[in-house]
Design a protein around this ligand. Sequence first.
Ligand code: PEP
Ligand code: MN
Length: 369
Amino acid sequence: MVMQEGASEEQIDRVIDALVRMRLAVHRSTGVSRTVIGVVGNTGAIDPASVEILDGVHEVLRVSQPYKLASRAFTPDDTVVTVGDVRIGGDEVIVAAGPCAAETEEQVEATAAAVKRAGAKLLRGGAFKPRSSPYAFQGLGEEGLQMLRRAADRHGLPLVSEVMDVAQIEVVSRYADILQVGARNMQNFTLLRELGLVRKPVLLKRGISATIEEWLLSAEYVLAGGNRDVILCERGIRTFENATRNTLDLSAIPVVKKVSHLPVVVDPSHGTGRRDKVVPMARAAVAAGADGLLVEVHCNPDQALSDGAQSLYPAQFDDLMGELRIIGPAIGRRVCVKTGSGLKAQGSGPTEGSELKAQGSGLAEGSER
Ligand code: PEP
Ligand code: MN
């Protein structure tokens, strides 16, 4: 139900009452110029005429997509997810960066300091890691979350960390500000339902073989539970191409932007699997309209316990941020300015040798498709 511009609170309430009496689940969304009252849960067809004639109703639209709350028809204005003073989905491109996994206090601190200096607005790091092999490093669990939280607090960065299971929601929520759902869990409907009840934003990665519609339906699970703060993350899908770890589907950005109001960020690290491909795809993602990036950075990628081959050196990340500050404004977006001394991020830059090695070798051990 799209209300007329300037419809009064009384008119809106009367429409909501009428819908509730019809035993429908009602979701109100107050836009810049109009209020939209969304209805889900009807089992039979509703006669539009019965509500169209109510005072203050501008028009009644049928949302043809199977996802409703995630659709732009329901919420015409872009959703902005706010964490502290960070706004994801607004005019600023938000970059989340950090190590694939927390390994040691020193590694987390050095990486957090570097990404903060370069202009990242969120710290991202894993403590519970979904690994293809049960013998690979699984993450440090709560100890890792503690390291990440301490570094996040020291640098004033909200923390993004992955939750793999319903049983982990409590502990991850205690430390992280944004809960990441990994690609492998995109269709873990039990987890998604539980996250609908949580009062923290959810960063929902696209599944390895998920269509955009399936991805939005997964977001719908979280939204339907009452959690409106969902951030979508394109991280590459599996195709026949094996030159890169996954095929980063950047066309998903404009596709999702058209049909949904949810913010979309891009993870070029898992999307490509190789650090020399991460930077060009990060630039392209911002140019294509991504609301943010999720980039793996490690203070010493050659020693990383997971995803070293795709982790940027701090100096590379710093250069990338500089480039994004040129690309962003060209399409009307701001990109976080540098903080602190304004000096280049410290840490070992890539030597020519290591770059060549990274290009020449296949998928490094420890990287997950
Ligand atoms: C990750 O972000 O470290 C991760 C495991 O990502 P994905 O779920 O996209 O594979
Ligand atoms: Mn990783």
